[in-house]
Design a protein around this ligand. Structure first.
Ligand SMILES: NC(=O)c1ccc[n+]([C@@H]2O[C@H](COP(=O)([O-])OP(=O)(O)OC[C@H]3O[C@@H](n4cnc5c(N)ncnc54)[C@H](O)[C@@H]3O)[C@@H](O)[C@H]2O)c1
Length: 276
């Protein structure tokens, strides 16, 4: 419990599926949780659940891409709970405009109207994904890490499987998460003299509302992509949001004081398996 007990924890994207689960876990272990999200309603819903269970939480509207919005959110957090001691950068995601329709390019795709080939990728879609994942990690860190300079603190970024080896179809999201992993290492070094540790979780495949239709059919059976993922995951299942909790707890614990700059796969063995 000590890793969160009476600590002020800020979690961006805390109204989402994975962020929401992490926020509830922290709230149940004595942390004061500020749930920042673009969607205030989603943030409030998670905060309400934590408060109803006897924890301490607030929902705060914030856009991780807008400096002024983050400043305002920071003021709200300090007023309610005091300076930030643990920051979890959970806001992130992909966009269809940064995604190709097919895994492999064929010559005839150049003339096809009904698909997005590599040559159709929209620069705005690609920037959206890079900004949300990379800048959306860097800007909240700029805002909240100030609080940790004298007292020390912990920053947890959320990378992904695709940062180690890119996944087909999602060049922007894979590249942006590789940037998040790289930034995790860079920041760990940069902040090493002021006692701020920086690490990242790299979730494998977690079935969430965003990818459910891609991975499962209406009757619950797996799509081709879903089947491929499970066949490449030695533990033979998708992740459940609560699978992230133990790694979060370990990385935030005070006796993990010598661990900084690591990106931990939580993936059922996906990244260790060559498929043969
Ligand atoms: N679901 C997976 O399988 C998986 C795998 C690897 C990594 N991840 C990463 O985990 C994190 C959480 O993913 P999730 O599946 O819970 O997604 P989610 O869509 O459920 O949650 C993301 C949350 O971020 C919020 N958000 C979006 N843009 C924002 C902005 N500009 N400012 C503030 N908040 C914003 C959304 O409102 C949402 O509540 C993301 O970084 C995602 O890339 C997810």
């Amino acid at each position: 419990m000590a890793e969160f007990s009476n600590k002020t924890v800020v979690i961006t994207g805390g109204g989402g599926v994975l962020g929401g689960e992490l926020a509830k876990y922290i709230g149940g272990r004595g942390g004061r949780v500020a749930i920042l999200d673009l969607k205030k309603e989603s943030a409030d819903k998670v905060a309400d659940a934590i408060n109803a269970a006897g924890g301490k939480a607030i929902g705060v509207e914030a856009n991780v891409l807008e400096v002024e919005s983050l400043k305002k959110a920071h003021e709200e957090v300090v007023k309610a709970f005091g300076p930030c001691e643990i920051l979890i950068n959970g806001a992130g995601g992909n966009h269809p405009k940064g995604t190709t329709s097919k895994e492999f390019f064929s010559r005839e795709d150049l003339d096809a109207q009904d698909l997005i080939s590599f040559f159709d990728l929209d620069p705005e879609g690609v920037s959206f994904v890079f900004n949300l994942n990379f800048l959306g990690t860097l800007l909240p860190t700029k805002e909240f890490a100030r609080d940790m300079i004298d007292s020390g603190g912990v920053i947890i970024n959320i990378s992904s499987m695709n940062a180690f080896t890119p996944l087909t179809k999602i060049p922007a999201y894979s590249g942006a998460k590789a940037a998040v992993s790289n930034f995790t290492q860079w920041l760990a070094v940069h902040f090493s003299k002021v006692n701020i540790r920086v690490n990242a979780l790299a979730p494998g495949f977690f079935l969430t509302e965003q990818n459910r239709a891609l991975l499962t059919n209406k009757d619950g059976s797996l799509t081709n992509r879903g089947n491929t993922i499970i066949s490449q995951t030695p533990l033979g299942r998708f992740g459940k949001p609560e699978d992230l909790n133990s790694t979060l707890s370990w990385l935030c614990a005070e006796d993990s004081a010598f661990i900084t700059g690591v990106v931990v796969p939580i993936d059922g063995g996906f990244s260790a398996y060559s498929g043969v």
